[in-house]
Design a protein around this ligand. Structure first.
Ligand SMILES: *Cc1c(COP(=O)(O)O)cnc(C)c1O
Length: 386
C-alpha cells in the first residue's frame, strides 16, 4: 500500500494486508497470550500479548497512518492513553492544560498526579498570552484539546505547539472530537496525538479504547516502555472492533459533518434556541481558525434552549431519535444536559461563568435522517414548553 495514498484508501488498507497463511482479508483476532520461540529469545516479533499482539499491531499501524505519524500505540481506554503521556513526566514537573479539557483529564491531573508532585495549571488555551504567562521553567507538557467540550472552542495547534517548543516542552493534542479525517495535529507541530477510540474511531458505541500517535522514534520507544510496564493494553477483540470502525471513518465523518451543519443552521434560526455552538457557523468566534485547521467542522454541537434547567431536562428526556446518554461519536444520535450530567459537579456560579448555562444541551449528531432529527427535537421542545 502506497504511503502517499489518500486517507479514504489508507483507512481501509493501512496495516491491513491479507493474512499470509490463509489469505484472510480481515485481520484475525489473535486470541492468545504467548508465542512459540524457536530458540530462547528467538521469535517472530511476538513474545507475550501485553507487549505485542498482531491484531493490535495492525490497528496501531492503521491509526499511525491516518494521523500521518510513524508510530501508533493502543491502550485499553482513552484514559489509559492519557495516563501514559503523564508517565513521561517526573515529580516536580509542571503541566499547562486547557481549562475546558475532558473531565477525566482534569481528574487524573488533579486527583491522581498531584499526589506524585506533578503540578498543573488550567488556562484558557484560546488566549495565547495566558498560555505564555503560565509557562514555567519546569513546564514539560502543554495539553491541548480542540474542539473542546461542550462549548466547541477551537484551539490553534500551531501556535500552542510553538509556545510549548520555545520552552522545551512537549505539545500533546487530544484529537478525539475531530478525528484524523478532519484534523491531523502532527501536521501542525504537535508531538503527541491522543485518542479515545471509544468515540468516532470505533464509531459504533460498542468498545472502549485509546491510542497515542507520534512521529519521533525515541518518544515512541518511551511510550512503548510505559505501555508494556503499566499494562493498560487492549485485547485483540477490542482492536478488531476498532479496525472495523476505522475503515468507514471517512464516510461516517462526511455524513456526521453534513447532518450537524444542517442541524446547526436549523437550531440557529429556531425561536426556542438562544445560542448555537458549532465551529461551522460563521458566528463561532474561531470559525476562521477552524476552517484553516480542520477539513470539516465535526459532528458535535451544543445549543442553549431558551428555558429553565427543568425545561431543558424535559427536552433531553423526551427525544426518541436522540438517546439521552453520555459519550459521543457513534452512528446513533445522543443528547445530554451538561448542567445536570457531565458538568454537574462544577459549583453553579463557576459553571455559569464558564458559559455552561442551565439550558445548555449537547448533541452528538449521528447518521439518522436529518428530517427525523429535527422532528424529534421539535416534539421535545413542544413537550418542554406546553
Ligand atoms: C471520552 C474521552 C476521553 C476518555 O476516553 P475513554 O475511552 O472514555 O477512557 C478523553 N478525551 C476526550 C476528548 C473524550 O471525549
Amino acid at each position: 500500500m502506497q504511503n502517499d495514498s489518500r486517507i479514504e484508501t489508507r483507512a481501509i488498507h493501512a496495516g491491513q494486508d491479507p493474512e499470509a497463511e490463509s489469505g484472510a482479508l480481515m485481520t484475525p483476532i489473535y486470541a492468545n497470550s504467548t508465542y512459540k520461540q524457536d530458540q530462547p529469545g528467538e521469535h517472530r516479533g511476538y513474545e507475550y500479548s501485553r507487549t505485542g499482539n498482531p491484531t493490535r499491531t495492525d490497528l496501531e499501524t492503521n491509526l499511525a497512518s491516518l494521523e500521518g505519524g510513524a508510530y501508533g500505540r493502543c491502550f485499553s481506554s482513552g484514559m489509559g492513553a492519557i495516563n501514559t503521556v503523564l508517565n513521561l513526566l517526573s515529580a516536580g514537573d509542571h503541566v499547562v492544560a486547557g481549562n475546558d479539557v475532558y473531565g477525566g483529564t482534569h481528574r487524573i491531573l488533579t486527583q491522581v498526579y498531584e499526589q506524585y508532585d506533578l503540578e498543573c495549571d488550567f488556562v484558557d488555551t484560546t488566549d495565547h498570552a495566558a498560555v505564555e504567562a503560565a509557562m514555567q521553567p519546569n513546564t514539560e507538557l502543554v495539553w491541548v484539546e480542540t474542539p473542546t467540550n461542550p462549548l466547541m472552542n477551537v484551539n490553534d495547534v500551531s501556535a500552542l505547539a510553538s509556545i510549548a517548543h520555545e520552552h522545551d516542552a512537549l505539545c500533546a493534542v487530544d484529537n478525539t472530537f475531530a478525528t484524523p479525517y478532519l484534523q491531523r495535529p502532527l501536521e501542525h507541530g504537535a508531538d503527541i496525538v491522543s485518542h479515545s477510540l471509544t468515540k468516532y474511531l470505533g464509531g459504533h458505541s460498542d468498545v472502549i479504547g485509546g491510542a497515542l500517535i507520534v512521529d519521533d522514534e525515541e518518544l515512541d520507544a518511551e511510550i512503548g516502555f510505559y505501555q508494556n510496564s503499566v499494562g493498560a493494553t487492549p485485547g485483540p477483540f477490542d482492536c478488531f472492533l476498532v479496525l472495523r470502525g476505522t475503515k468507514t471513518l471517512p464516510v461516517r465523518m462526511d455524513r456526521h459533518c453534513e447532518n450537524t451543519a444542517e442541524l446547526a443552521a436549523w437550531l440557529a434560526a429556531h425561536d426556542s434556541v438562544s445560542k448555537v455552538y458549532y465551529p461551522g457557523l460563521e458566528s463561532h468566534p474561531q470559525h476562521e481558525l477552524a476552517a484553516e485547521q480542520m477539513d470539516g467542522f465535526g459532528g458535535m454541537l451544543s445549543f442553549e434552549f431558551d428555558g429553565t434547567l427543568e425545561q431543558a431536562s424535559t427536552v433531553v428526556s423526551e427525544t426518541d431519535v436522540f438517546t439521552l446518554a453520555e459519550s459521543l461519536g457513534g452512528v446513533e444520535s445522543l443528547i445530554e444536559q451538561p448542567a445536570a450530567m457531565t458538568h454537574a459537579a462544577i459549583p453553579k456560579d463557576e459553571r455559569l461563568a464558564a458559559g455552561l448555562t442551565d439550558g445548555l444541551i449537547r448533541v452528538s449528531v449521528g447518521l439518522e435522517h436529518i428530517d427525523d432529527m429535527k422532528a424529534d427535537l421539535q416534539a421535545a421542545f413542544d413537550a418542554a414548553t406546553e
